[in-house]
Design a protein around this ligand. Structure first.
Ligand code: GLN
Length: 491
């Protein structure tokens, strides 16, 4: 029998429901593995051992007495520490929020708990989700389980590393410009960024509010589907979450194994040419798999994608500079211990608690929004965003799904890019346009480079077509076994 920490969320759920193992056993196994391995991986910022076991006991009792339970009953999961929880701190990987205790749960947390999931703990991340390597975390270093000298990707690096190291069966992350898909790619797991508005952002600490989305990081496409079933939907508390009459929420598991008939896959060879040869090769082989499955391969033209990074780093920093104004030493979080006057409450609190990258972005964003520069930068970036959105609309007239790399490289070395922000930003080239356009995207494991590091295939479909996206991803997964490979981390 498969050891308990190798099981997917659905497998665990089914075995717990069938009484083959208890939720307490599954939860204890995860907690044991975390205490054995996480001192080297560094995926978790906090682990709620007692609380998790208490929830697990309650689920076991309800199963034993044949009371109704939710679709994730007893399954141990992790969440990125950017989602507010009424238990434990919500730090966002920042010293600013190190001791911040939120009075209520984010909508996604409420939904996970209502589905009877067991929340094991909260995972590390780049500070305020700003970064692509989890190195900007002010609290902890996370390493890639495939090679501990390398980054796990970011900003949801803790969640991706936790799933890759099987410290939990699945996790939630958030994605503003690639932060679910890129760490999924670097760690060899599945990561889905839903359409903007599909999942409530209520209780998600804001970075770029017009770009942020919460989504799953999992071992399989089916697990991403079941998590979407739980977290998707309209939320009156988030006015940007979409009305279900306009865009109904599907049952993402229902037709998951049915291949998409007459599938047309759009490809962007000239855009992909910027990726490392091993990445290009893996993506091309993946496209061949679709061809072999009967799909038609269509070359598409996306003329504005080259401008995505420039537009994103104006828009995201502009929004961030506004969102982070609330950390003033008064409303939330850290306050400098000995201010001379009230001005120092603001300036010293921000100076002492924010890291370098966060300060850089606040400065960039403030500059882009300042009078005189607003038109030249922010407004111009919004226009480019519109052109990029148009590229996708036109592309999806010719194809059902687009396949491209997730990142130009595999996981890079710790320290390799962190002091060169431009280099770090350029690594987001394949993921960022997707957030600007608001469409859904998934990363699925599609191979390894010569150093044995995982590579992800990115698949994109039109807004609110997550059901199709997951089916297209499943077509690939069903024909390959990359997703079954595990890093050799011992224990
Ligand atoms: N790497 C991108 C950034 O630093 C995206 C981060 C994210 O998706 N949260 O902004």
């Amino acid at each position: 029998m498969t050891p308990v920490d190798e099981l997917t969320a659905i497998e665990l759920r089914d075995r717990i429901a069938a009484g083959q193992i208890s939720s307490v056993e599954a939860t204890q196994a995860a907690l044991d593995r975390i205490s054995r391995l996480d001192s080297t991986i560094g995926a978790f910022l906090v682990v709620f051992g007692d609380r998790a076991l208490q929830v697990a006991r309650d689920v076991d009792r309800r199963i034993a007495t044949r009371q109704p339970v939710g679709p994730l009953a007893g399954v141990p999961l992790a969440v990125k520490d950017v989602m507010c929880t009424s238990f434990g701190a919500t730090t966002c990987g920042s010293r600013m929020l190190q001791d911040f205790h939120c009075p209520s749960d984010a909508t996604v947390i409420r939904k996970l708990l209502a589905a009877d999931a067991v929340i094991l703990g909260k995972t590390n991340m780049d500070e305020f989700a700003m970064g692509s390597s989890t190195e900007t975390s002010g609290l902890r270093r996370t390493v890639n389980p495939w090679d501990r000298s390398r980054v796990p990707g970011g900003s949801s690096g803790g969640s991706a590393a936790a799933v890759a190291a099987r410290l939990c069966s699945a996790a939630l992350g958030s994605d503003t410009g690639g932060s679910i898909r890129q760490p999924a790619s670097f760690c060899g797991v599945v990561g889905l960024k839903p359409t903007y508005g599909r999942v409530s952002r209520y209780g998600l600490v804001a970075y770029g509010s017009s770009l942020d989305q919460i989504g799953p990081l999992t071992q399989t496409v089916a697990d991403a589907a079941i998590l979407m079933n739980v977290i998707a939907g309209h939320d009156p508390a988030d006015s940007t979450s979409v009305n279900e009459q306009v865009a109904p929420v599907d049952n993402y598991l229902q037709k998951l194994d049915e291949p998409v008939e007459g599938l047309r896959v759009g490809v962007t060879p000239s855009f992909n040419a910027g990726a490392e040869p091993a990445v290009q090769q893996a993506v091309n082989s993946a496209i061949d798999i679709y061809r072999g499955a009967g799909a038609e391969i269509v070359e598409i033209d996306m003329p504005h994608l080259d401008y995505a990074i420039a537009a994103y780093y104006v828009i995201a920093t502009a929004e961030a500079s506004s969102n982070l104004a609330r950390y003033d030493g008064v409303h939330y979080g850290y306050r400098t211990p000995d201010p001379q006057d009230y001005i120092e409450v603001y300036t010293k609190s921000r100076e002492e608690a924010f890291g370098k990258e966060v300060k850089r972005r606040i400065m960039l964003g403030t500059y882009a929004l300042s009078s005189g520069y607003y038109d030249a930068y922010y407004l111009k970036a919004l226009k480019v965003r519109n052109l990029i959105r148009g590229d996708f609309v036109r592309a999806f007239e010719q194809c059902d799904a687009i396949c491209m790399p997730v990142a130009p490289t595999t996981a890079f070395r710790i320290g390799e890019k962190v002091d060169d922000p431009l280099k770090m930003y350029l690594s987001d080239i394949y993921t960022i346009a997707v957030n600007l356009a608001g469409i859904p995207g998934i990363s699925v494991p599609c191979g390894f480079d010569d150093a044995g590091l995982p590579i992800g295939l990115q698949i994109l479909t039109p807004a609110f077509s997550e059901a199709k996206l997951l089916r297209v991803a499943r077509m690939y997964e069903a024909r390959t076994d990359w997703h079954t490979r595990r890093p050799a981390i011992g224990g």
